[in-house]
Design a protein around this ligand. Structure first.
Ligand code: NAD
Length: 435
């Protein structure tokens, strides 16, 4: 707790205008990064080929992405700087701006379920689903005790088996099927390995009890026992723009949210914006963003129709309120979180002490990222802010050097013609003039 009260504000005014080296120095001082940790951020991805060799198969190289820092986050009264790894321009700037808006209303309030994951065991070739289910239910204490034998470390840390659920599917293309859910508290891990080991260990016992045949034994990515929730309030005044009053912007945002609620075509894009932020934090911290994506989208479709992950409404004072709730299966131990050197530094910058705290931070980031997108869409549109960075990317892709990129990008934006072909022409003209 002492560390928390000593932390400075994450409201780093002018941070984006600082040269890169100064920005790093600011973050290093803020998070107490030593020389070695700072140099990890400055290498090409911070990962050595030797480390990569141990992570996946058939390695031939490394792939680096930018790591940016989102500022202004105040969550449950605590300031956070948020490391984000992403290739898309405007995400980090957008989320920082939205966090500033939420800060004007007291920041984000978050909560999370216990870190309980679901393992699934598929049982087939059963004569009678109901009596098999009854026998399993009668043996549940024995099954849960067996599950607790798999990962003694987790049990000693307060995790372990929490319950059993039985899901009969009498009519499937593969015949009658009984699916056994094992609920398991994985504490600070994402938990895939503990769950999968448990499922494999329980399978022979389940076959013995039911007389059936077990096929799949694997965790579910619809981690709906492990949800995180974030809410925020943005004072209407803070949303006023040059051309629109605060209450007009509130109305525009609420209308945008209603669009995503009723129309899956819009909800997909709306939720993609949420995941822009959450994935970027997942990647920065070495977490499995595909697992996060799978859980989020399955949750968004839980009622049989794909819908929005967030809600936005106007309160009785005319202010904007927002809420997100979704499964967030992430860890601060295990997987790549402690293996990837940059992930270790990212976790230190975040300063989270539990996986639950990380999940809550990520929910706040998802809500803020969504606010950034729909605020821009409901006001000036997203292209204006996006275009200068986009033009820089186009200029770099056309072969512009560090010294040329700003000039090429500026010309593309001024001309309103941000295309690869025009970038190549501008670059040619620039180089001919320079000869
Ligand atoms: P892991 O097995 O590397 O580490 C978790 C283990 O660390 C725990 O089981 C426990 O024994 C130990 N531990 C030590 N301190 C702990 C603490 N405080 N809290 C909890 N555990 C602690 O990691 P994992 O989280 O099981 O695996 C995550 C990886 O599994 C992800 O990177 C993911 O890519 C991969 N994976 C995902 C899926 C899927 O999503 N469907 C399937 C298979 C594998």
């Amino acid at each position: 707790m002492t560390q928390r009260t000593e932390r400075r504000s994450s409201r780093l005014s002018g941070f984006y205008q600082q040269p890169l080296a100064d920005r790093l120095a600011t973050v290093a001082a803020w998070a107490g990064l030593d020389e070695a940790e700072q140099s990890v951020l400055q290498g090409a991805g911070g990962l050595s080929l030797a480390q990569a060799e141990h992570m996946i198969e058939n390695v031939v190289g490394l792939y680096a992405l930018p790591l940016g820092i989102a500022t202004n986050f105040l969550i449950n009264g605590v300031d956070y700087l948020i490391p984000m790894v992403i290739e898309e321009p405007s995400v980090v700037a957008g989320v920082s701006y939205a966090a500033k808006l939420a800060r004007a209303g007291g920041g984000f309030s978050t909560s999370a379920d216990e870190p309980v994951m679901i393992g699934q065991i598929q049982v087939l070739d059963l004569d009678d689903l109901e009596s098999a289910a009854q026998r399993l239910w009668a043996a549940r204490e024995r099954l849960l005790a067996e599950a607790d034998c798999c990962d003694r470390t987790l049990v000693s840390l307060g995790g372990g088996a929490r319950g059993l659920e039985l899901r009969p599917f009498p009519h499937t293309p593969a015949g009658p099927m009984l699916v056994v859910h094992v609920l398991f508290d994985v504490r600070d891990a994402m938990g895939a390995n503990a769950i999968n080991t448990t499922c494999e260990r329980l399978a022979p016992l389940i076959e013995e009890i039911t007389g059936g045949r077990v096929n799949l034994r694997i965790l579910s990515n619809l981690a709906d026992r492990r949800k995180a929730t974030a809410t925020c309030l943005v004072p209407a005044d803070a949303l006023a723009t040059g051309g629109m009053s605060g209450s007009q912007v509130v109305r525009g945002i609420v209308e945008a949210a209603a669009f995503a609620q009723v129309d899956p075509y819009r909800a997909a894009t709306h939720n993609k914006g949420v995941m822009n932020g959450m994935d970027a934090v997942a990647i920065a911290t070495g977490n499995d963003w595909r697992a996060l994506e799978a859980g989020a989208h399955a949750w968004a479709a839980r009622e049989g129709r794909y819908t929005s992950l967030t809600e936005w409404w106007e309160d009785e004072m005319g202010n904007l309120r927002g809420r997100i709730e979704l499964p967030v299966a992430v860890g601060i131990v295990g997987g790549a979180t402690r293996v990837h050197p940059v992930a270790r530094v990212a976790l230190k910058i975040l300063g989270v002490r539990t996986a639950s705290e990380l999940a809550q931070v990520m929910a706040a980031v998802g809500l803020a990222q969504n606010l950034a997108a729909i605020r821009a869409l409901a006001t000036e549109g997203i292209q204006r802010g996006h275009m200068s960075l986009h033009a820089r990317q186009i200029a770099l892709a056309a072969g512009a050097s560090e010294a040329e990129v700003n000039e090429v990008a500026r010309r593309l934006v001024d001309e309103g013609q941000i295309t690869a072909a025009r970038a190549a022409e501008v670059l040619r003209e620039l180089r001919e003039r320079g000869r």
